[in-house]
Design a protein around this ligand. Structure first.
Ligand SMILES: Cc1cc2nc3c(=O)[nH]c(=O)nc-3n(C[C@H](O)[C@H](O)[C@H](O)COP(=O)(O)OP(=O)(O)OC[C@H]3O[C@@H](n4cnc5c(N)ncnc54)[C@H](O)[C@@H]3O)c2cc1C
Ligand code: FES
Ligand code: FES
Length: 479
């Protein structure tokens, strides 16, 4: 069944919007149509967290609470979800939510502009975890900026929540909310409004039917890149297919040879899954944007964007991942090495979409990755390096080295890799390999880093990789 209405849960009721404008942001809807102005607009590009709201989604018969940036979320993507904004946190009796009360108790607000966003990020942490560690506090507010408080009062407020009973009005209403969510979850959406088309199919078969007629439609996944066309470039997007509504594309599986990640799987899920296999993949994802971004952004979106500073890309290149592409008729599997053509250009053809990504499990290898950016949290890489090494009988059997931020596409360091092949690792070889990087890359200067800085950092990361292996005796001592 498909409908031109979208339905979501708000204040424990089903809300309907007829003919939602597919280019309208959720932030705009909340402030101008719901007339709730607690949620603020700071940057309109997902970078400051002032617009944070929480979405409740059904997952294994439970509600999964996700903080998101409403400024870069298109309104129709609300279909089938629960919307919680800062005004909803106060109880019927007029009592502040424990998260709000903690912010008051610890003076977590000064000018107050950032406060609703912080409250919503902490609320989602509070709802997700019965217990949390200090690291989780820092992580959950990594996407919220405050120019006044210096963060310490906010962190103290968050720490005080560790001792709180987690029951609130949302837990009391949970059963009812789950029932309502079930009522509205099984629906595809097709909206033709103001010359714009929006499709939210639920199945791959539906997607393919749409693609038969609309080969020019833009695929919308997390929208953390695509939405900026509207919010920053101030252009309209006339046709969109929302991929994150296709449950068949939201999965992670593993057959002992490779991990397969469905195109619509949010990065936050990959972040916890992959830790066991590649801890450094998780380390990089933890510094990818913010939880608000990773709650919706997908690995497919990262690959299709083909940004030279896309953080997953050098890691996937070093791990020799494959991209599974589909169109109306067939499936094609290509190495990610062959996917990027030139600046933000890929092998994707019209009507072709990314179905999944296969990440091989290199059981005998050492894999490490490093992100260098101006700020630790919520910042784009200046340089990102990934290294995947296999040693046999004290010699390098295989090595894959890839960098982001060093060329117009994320790229492997082919000359550098050759220096290592079949050699023992010695200081001399590392020195030669560092020199070879000068042949591999001619980086540019931009606002993030100068050409010379990038070149130097790339060499240093290579050295760091081997120094860490040596120090931790990760693969025996061969120096
Ligand atoms: C505040 C902020 C911080 C960020 N931080 C980082 C960071 O630290 N590191 C980083 O790498 N990136 C970062 N990004 C960029 C962005 O999050 C990534 O590019 C993200 O992975 C895009 O994924 P998405 O699912 O949101 O894609 P979308 O925005 O939905 O789509 C991006 C592009 O991919 C295409 N696409 C999406 N899904 C498919 C599919 N299945 N098949 C074919 N094409 C598809 C879309 O048509 C579009 O062209 C940040 C962005 C913001 C706004
Ligand atoms: S307004 Fe800054 S993240 Fe949305
Ligand atoms: S209290 Fe003023 S920006 Fe945070």
């Amino acid at each position: 069944m498909s409908s031109s209405n979208i339905e979501f849960i708000y204040q424990n009721k089903i809300f309907k919007i007829k003919n939602a404008d597919s280019n309208e942001t959720l932030l705009n809807y909340v402030r101008t149509k719901l007339k709730k102005t607690g949620t603020k607009e700071g940057c309109a590009e997902g970078g400051c967290g002032a617009c944070t709201v929480v979405l409740g989604e059904l997952k294994n018969n439970e509600i999964n609470y996700k903080a998101i940036n409403s400024c870069i979320t298109f309104l129709p993507t609300l279909q089938g979800k629960q919307l919680i904004i800062v005004e909803d946190l106060i109880s019927k009796e007029g009592l502040l939510h424990p998260v709000q009360q903690a912010m008051v108790n610890y003076h977590g607000s000064q000018c107050g502009f950032c406060t609703p966003g912080f409250v919503m990020s902490l609320f989602s942490m509070y709802k997700k975890n019965s217990k949390f560690k200090d690291a989780e506090i820092n992580d959950s507010i990594a996407g919220n900026l405050c120019r006044c408080t210096g963060y310490q009062p906010i962190i103290k407020a968050a720490k005080s929540l560790k001792k709180k009973n987690k029951l609130d009005q949302f837990s009391k209403n949970k059963k009812q909310t789950i029932n309502l969510l079930k009522k509205i979850s099984n629906k595809s959406v097709v909206i033709y409004y103001k010359g714009k088309k929006y499709f939210a199919p639920r199945y791959l078969a539906e997607l393919k039917k749409i693609l038969k007629k609309d080969t020019d439609a833009n695929f919308l996944s997390g929208g953390t890149d695509l939405s900026l066309v509207v919010t920053k470039e101030r252009k309209d997007i006339y046709s969109m297919i929302y991929m994150n509504s296709i449950k068949e594309l939201n999965y992670i599986k593993n057959n002992n040879e490779y991990i397969e990640v469905g195109a619509s799987t949010p990065l936050i899920e990959l972040e916890s899954y992959i830790k066991k296999y590649y801890p450094d993949f998780t380390k990089i994802l933890k510094r990818y944007g913010s939880p608000q971004i990773r709650n919706v952004a997908t690995i497919a979106g990262n690959i299709a964007t083909a940004s030279p500073i896309g953080d997953c890309l050098p890691l996937l290149l070093a791990l020799n991942a494959k991209v599974v592409l589909q169109d109306l008729k067939k499936t094609k599997i290509i190495f990610i090495d062959d996917f990027f053509i030139s600046y933000r250009k890929t092998k994707l053809k019209k009507g072709q979409f990314i179905h999944s990504i296969r990440i091989p499990l290199h059981k005998n290898n050492t894999f490490k990755a490093y992100k260098v950016s101006k700020r630790f949290d919520d910042d784009i890489s200046s340089v990102c390096g990934a290294f995947n090494l296999e040693i046999e009988k004290n010699k390098v059997r295989s090595i894959r080295i890839a960098y982001g931020g060093m060329a117009e596409i994320p790229k492997r360091a082919n000359y550098c890799e050759k220096i290592f092949l079949n050699s023992q690792i010695t200081d001399k070889i590392i020195y030669k390999a560092k020199k070879a990087l000068e042949k591999d890359f001619k980086p540019i200067s931009d606002m993030r880093a100068s050409r010379l800085y990038r070149a130097e950092v790339a060499k240093n990361l290579l050295e760091k990789f081997f120094a860490e292996i040596k120090q931790k005796k990760l693969i025996g001592v061969y120096f």
